[in-house]
Ligand binder design. Structure first.
Ligand code: ACO
Length: 486
């Protein structure tokens, strides 16, 4: 199948948020630390009325409704999350309730867990299933969602909550590019959830940032190498065709017989879908990053700029830097404030043009863990008109602590206007309720009280939920959860 990728996208975020300026004042830290230092504006949160099952039920039912997807037309459903409830039981199995009425039980896929990376793995699985010999002609749905909350302390303002659902299939307007991927996987204890009695992670924040940068460097380098190999392959196929065509002409004149060309369908798909890549940061028209905080994303983009500089690549932003810095003497650009700020300054315009619009949800909802990267894509689609996106290549960087990371790329080959309209992001974000930091803390206290308990009905607010939102109604003596729809 050609052009396998994203045919529809839906996002869910809770109806309540806390403003980061209010949080700065409440936490008694210097004004500007969360808003300028971390680049965050607002943070979504929910109380004990919602959980990862309700988030996923809400976002998938909304995707199905908005895109009029027939449940029987789905052959694979994948979930990426790190918000665990029943441990051995998947979120995916809970979502099968949405397929009961259609009678479709033949749906492959379960959950993937590795911090913020699970959604990317779920996405790869879905795309690869459609590209495999096991594909049965149906579409897939991918869900990435989390409730990101931290214990009191410096990590707390970098929480968030939300879920994204992607409708995946062939002939999609947003294509997952073949052969353009690079990954980096390593054992690390930067962020993990070893305490089964609490919802909060154990986190070494600064180590996690070092790990993020190390992963970014390695993925960028692996992606660049794979993309270069892909460009070479396409060039080879193109020249094989030119030769085959010219030999065919000669054969007609009885001179010689043609060499066997590469498999025709494969070769044509390769050449038609190909967009050659230049060798610098310019290789991406737009970029989405996993966004623990928006400042980290700006630093990451500047870091890619530095990597290009280090590898002797040329583009406008690097000319001045070359006069002031010697790449051989800089070990790590983010460990030296002068170097870091020079690279951030030089990449600021490119950052505004290529990255900023992907941060709408990250700024307004916070870190949504597995949903963060695809929330970036949703923000991009929702912020730009379809025509301006056409033919654009989007670089995607996914990071999950522990650690797993990949860089891959998407390409816009069709109309995304219906996705933009279906998400209606600006007005949905504007309709949310601003809560005080005390209300935020009370909501977390309800979650703490509910965590791991059986025979408990939630007591959080139902009235604030947007119509169509699934919410937890009860947890019975056997920890079985039941839901209602607002
Ligand atoms: N005005 C403006 N900027 C300020 C102010 C102020 N008043 N006060 C501090 N800052 C700046 C600092 O200079 C710093 O900037 P810099 O990064 O350019 O040096 C920035 O604000 C953050 O300050 P720190 O002192 O570094 O922050 P702290 O150590 O308290 O915590 C951290 C930051 C580590 C991100 C913490 O929030 C955390 O642990 N978060 C969770 C872990 C995380 O998100 N990791 C990322 C990858 S893994 C994942 O996605 C979960």
């Amino acid at each position: 199948p050609a052009n396998v990728g994203i045919k529809g996208i839906e996002i869910y975020f809770p109806s309540k948020y806390v403003d980061q300026t209010d949080l700065e004042a409440h936490d008694g830290i210097s004004a500007g630390k969360y808003t300028i230092g971390l680049g965050q504006k607002q943070m979504s949160f929910c109380d004990d009325r919602e959980d990862i099952y309700s988030f996923s039920l809400t976002v998938v039912s909304s995707l199905i409704r908005k895109y009029d997807i027939q449940p029987a037309s789905i052959g694979r459903l994948e979930v990426g999350t790190e918000t665990l409830l029943d441990k051995s039981k998947s979120v995916k199995s809970v979502l099968m309730q949405l397929f009961e009425e259609s009678g479709n039980t033949d749906v492959e896929g379960v959950d993937t867990i590795n911090a913020c990376y699970g959604g990317t793995n779920a996405f790869f699985n879905a795309v690869q299933w459609i590209e495999s010999s096991h594909w049965d002609g149906r579409d897939a749905i991918v869900v990435a969602g989390d409730i990101a909350i931290y214990d009191k302390g410096p990590a707390r303002p970098t929480g968030g909550a939300g879920a994204v659902a992607l409708w995946i299939g062939p002939n999609a307007p947003i294509v997952c590019e073949s052969g353009r991927r690079g990954s980096y996987m390593q054992h690390a204890y930067d962020f993990y959830k070893p305490n089964f009695k609490a919802e909060y992670p154990v986190v070494d924040g600064h180590l996690s940032i070092d790990c993020y940068f190390k992963a970014l460097d390695a993925c960028y380098s692996a992606y660049t190498a794979r993309a270069a190999a892909m460009d070479k392959r396409v060039a080879h196929v193109q020249s094989a065709y030119v030769n085959a065509e010219s030999n065919r002409g000669k054969q007609h004149k009885g001179i010689t017989s043609p060499p066997s060309p590469p498999d025709e369908a494969d070769a044509l798909a390769l050449v038609e879908n190909h967009k050659p890549q230049v060798s610098t940061l310019q290789k991406f028209d737009l970029m989405c990053f996993h966004s623990p905080n928006c400042k980290l994303v700006a630093k990451s983009f500047a870091r890619l700029n530095f990597l290009d500089f280090k590898h002797g690549q040329e583009h406008d932003t690097l000319e001045d830097l070359r006069n002031n810095f010697d790449p051989l003497t800089i070990a790590d650009p983010t460990k030296d404030k002068v170097v870091e700020s020079a690279f951030m300054k030089s990449s600021a315009d490119l950052f505004s043009a290529k990255v900023d619009s992907s941060l709408l949800l990250a700024r307004s909802c916070g870190n949504m863990y597995t949903a963060s990267l695809f929330g970036g894509l949703a923000s991009l689609i929702a912020s730009r008109d379809s025509e301006s996106l056409l033919t654009k290549r989007i670089g995607m960087f996914s990071y999950g602590s522990g650690l797993a990371s990949s860089m891959f790329s998407l390409r816009i080959v069709g109309d995304t206007q219906n996705m933009r309209e279906a998400m209606n992001l600006d007005s949905r974000l504007a309709a949310r309720i601003r809560c005080t930091p005390t209300e935020f803390e009370n909501a977390l206290a309800l979650r703490e009280d509910a965590y791991g308990k059986s025979d408990r009905a939630p007591i959080g607010d139902r009235k604030a939920l947007v119509p169509g939102t699934w919410y937890l109604n009860n947890v019975d003596q056997l920890y079985r959860r039941s839901y209602e729809v607002a």
